[in-house]
Design a protein around this ligand. Structure first.
Ligand code: ZN
Length: 177
């Protein structure tokens, strides 16, 4: 899936997570931002992805070591990132960082819905996919954008009833105006 789709799904996951953690407004915004970043992060293995174009020095440095839909798209990397965040939170870093692995997880799940599937058990070469090929989404297709949009509107609608999410969204809107 493309970067914008991952970003929308990641932000949606951040809204749900913040609501479940009963976070206050600044924490809600931080969780949503971390989830959006986490949802883009696995595609650092692709030179022209949204994240690689923003963090190009990191992308350039990692290029010799990463192949697309390899290490960063497997369960091993997700596990290591989650353990790293857990340790950081244990050392006193704010727990809003949970948004990052949550967003990362949405990336893996979303890519599992594509026709190409993922090497979930990297370095094993077997491709996994959650939908039968006929129904799997083609990267960059209109279907992909529609799924993300419907999901986002639904989450936003659900989240809007929760006070911290409501004020986080309105303060984010005010910030961008
Ligand atoms: Zn990906």
């Amino acid at each position: 899936m493309n970067g914008h789709t991952h970003f929308v799904i990641g932000i949606s996951a951040g809204i749900v997570l913040a609501a479940n953690l009963d976070a206050n407004t600044p924490a809600t915004l931080a969780i949503i931002a971390a989830a959006g970043l986490g949802a883009l992060a696995p595609d650092i293995d692709t030179p022209n992805s949204l994240i690689s174009r923003r963090l190009w020095p990191l992308s350039l440095l990692s290029r010799p070591f990463l192949k697309h839909r390899g290490l960063t798209h497997g369960l091993l990397a997700f596990f290591l990132v989650s353990v790293g965040i857990l340790l950081a939170i244990g050392l006193g870093v704010p727990n809003v960082l949970w948004g990052f692995p949550a967003g990362w997880a949405t990336h893996i799940i979303a890519d599992l819905c594509t026709k190409d599937g993922l090497r979930l058990l990297w370095p094993k070469r077997r491709d996994f996919r959650v939908l039968p090929r006929r129904f799997a989404v083609r990267t960059g297709s209109l279907g992909e954008a529609i799924i993300a949009l419907v999901f986002f509107v639904w989450v936003l609608y659900q989240g809007f009833g929760i006070p911290s999410v409501h004020s986080a969204i309105t303060s984010a809107i005010q910030y961008w105006q």
